[in-house]
Design a protein around this ligand. Sequence first.
Ligand code: DGT
Ligand code: CA
Ligand code: ZN
Length: 573
Amino acid sequence: MRNQEVAKIFNDIADILEIKGDNPFRIRAYRRAAQNIDSLAKDVTEISVEELQMIPGIGADLAGKVHEYVATGSLKFYEDLKKEVPSGLVDLLSVPGLGPKTAKLFFDKLHITNVDDLENLAKEGKLKGLPGIQAKTEENILKGIAMIRRRTGRSPIGRVLPVAEGIMGKLKEKAPVDKLSIAGSLRRWKDTIKDIDILATSKDPHKVMNVFVHLPQVKEALMKGPTKSSLITQEGIQVDLRVVDEGSFGAALAYFTGSKEHNIRLREMAVRKGLKINEYGIFDVKTDKKLGGELENDVYKILGMPYIAPEMREDTGEIEAALEGRLPRLVEMEDIKGDLHVHTKSSDGSHDIQELIDAAKARGYEYLAITDHSKGLAVARGLSIEQVLEQNTKIKTLNKKLKGFKLLSGTEMDIKSDGSLDYPDEVLKQLDIVVASIHSGFRQSKEQITKRLVSAMKNPYVSIIAHPSGRLIGERDAYEIDMDEVLKTARETGTAIEINAYPLRLDLTDIYVRKAKEMGVSLTINTDTHVTFQFDFMAYGVGTARRGWAEKKDVLNTLSYSALMKRLKSKAS
Ligand code: DGT
Ligand code: CA
Ligand code: ZN
């Protein structure tokens, strides 16, 4: 897929336009197009110009640009634009938190054109004193640079899974494979992935490997053998494929799914029973007789345990729970009855309400909460009080006409930097659901940010805290927050905490999901959809919930519509 590549160019264009002080609407159009192309399920190179124009935010002009780039490998508009600003200046924008205005300031006043110079001058304290630049700004710039340098080798799962699925699809189509499965951290739904592990069985392993190393996605074949081959994809992700015997597939799947720590525990248990477990099977040590290995569950069965879901295999108590018969019944995709955090084009989404309903119904949902941004969030065209009330009336009228589907009228209300809420209670109490979240003041102290969240939860109308730590994997660290305090308040006030399924967020993170569950905090898994295909991100959220041992009963949006409404009202009363 070259979507990421095209998206990056559009983002670069937006950056340069911003440095140049161009029209904000034009800049926003490029950013929105970039986001939509980036999260597109289909490869841009396989889409016609007509189809491209059907992507929200992409008109004839941008479709033409995408086409030009895909067809010729370059984009004249972009190449010309780059000549208008010093090269290197754009690189500065990759430092988290450093915007175009500041970058331009550093260039104009200090002639900084690359990240190394910026780092040196920040260390020497030479930036402060410029308009708006304080010691704290220098500190943040240094932190941001350190973060870029840390980005090593691991990619967010949202970048990796589509690549893995693309390769699996091509293998199924072109190679003589029988069984085929993803293994490793990807099968465990970790939020970041080092490399993709795939297992297969085949009557013709040689042919399979031949197809594999010549797939169109391949940038470089690293090694090709009869049982294992490795390659690097166009996106720079390593993929290992192993072809194993039919009778060993289950044992190999258990072995290569890991985690390593989980496997070590299983092998120790086996040794105590006079058994041996490896990627080929389960064996009796004395007689060397093979006791199992065709099915993955053979491993668990022989050790006297129920099957443990891959998401739990981290040696964090799952083996003890399995032995004692207290494994949770993890929440599943089928349990999700609706999405409680969705944007329309009234704020920064791309669709009207009807289009969102259709897409939600196609996914088998029973309800959907419309939660556009609130007035304080001007960058996302947040709704004024009049607008949100108007939308509320419209939704309530629409609801009476809908058959077999319900809308919840809501808002994603900004918790402002000073801790106050963006709408007054008289407005909030008219809505079915209030999702509250932080979009500014990320650099406040731990105490300040925690206090903002805690006081929002104490508001009787706030139903959910969304993306609680504000992280964007690989792009922005979580803000500092006392999560224990937040969870405690959530329980006391009956506020649900969101697992945001947007693949760069996945926040609440797995560790805190587990803590929340243990504390009896209610969770909700929402996609924060801005474009309809993003509804499919739900799987990432469910994966994260499962890594935190969450069950159906822990998750608000597994409730029926009437039970959900009752629950939402019970906090407000
Ligand atoms: P990552 O780092 O995101 O790729 O995480 P994994 O878990 O996919 O790790 P990877 O790709 O190095 O190995 C895949 C699985 O293979 C791993 O989860 C367990 C198994 N494995 C790999 N190396 C070892 C090892 O040295 N000992 C054991 N017991 N298992 C291993
Ligand atoms: Ca791996
Ligand atoms: Zn949102």
